[in-house]
Ligand binder design. Sequence first.
Ligand code: CUA
Length: 171
Amino acid sequence: MHIHSYEKLWLGMALLLIVGFIGTITYGTVGAGVQMVDDSGGNVEPGNVSEHEEFGEPGVEKVGENEYDVHVVARQFVFNPGSEVYGAIEVPVNSTVNFYVTSADVIHGFSIAGTNANTMVIPGEVAEITIETEETGEYGIVCHEYCGEGHHNMEGLLRVVPEDEYNGSTQ
Ligand code: CUA
């Protein structure tokens, strides 16, 4: 059977396209470093967050020379700490900051504007995100998963301050 050369060309290009699609999907899943929240960060009893060793008293904790752990509890419709009622999260510039975020009720989001920190917050699971603070300033935190009628008001603040102004507490 004779196949016209244009037909072959189109056939080849269609195959190339399919391989290309598979390639981009594979890259998006594996190569770009996108991770799903799973139990690698530990588990928390969502109804009992206040009894948890770290999440019972969430906040900033110095764990190394220039390294801080920040435990955050998300609940309808606040971040503790982060939201106005609890005060902004404050960390010094030029440090490594590990966020551990969990939810006390429903699925929330945790995204720090101007950084690549962006995760779902799932009840029972601990989302882990590490950022390097390279510039001082105020960074908005938003919940980007619909979590109820107050979702659009669920926001917080991360304040990155100069080393000499850092006093080691949330405020
Ligand atoms: Cu929490 Cu939307």
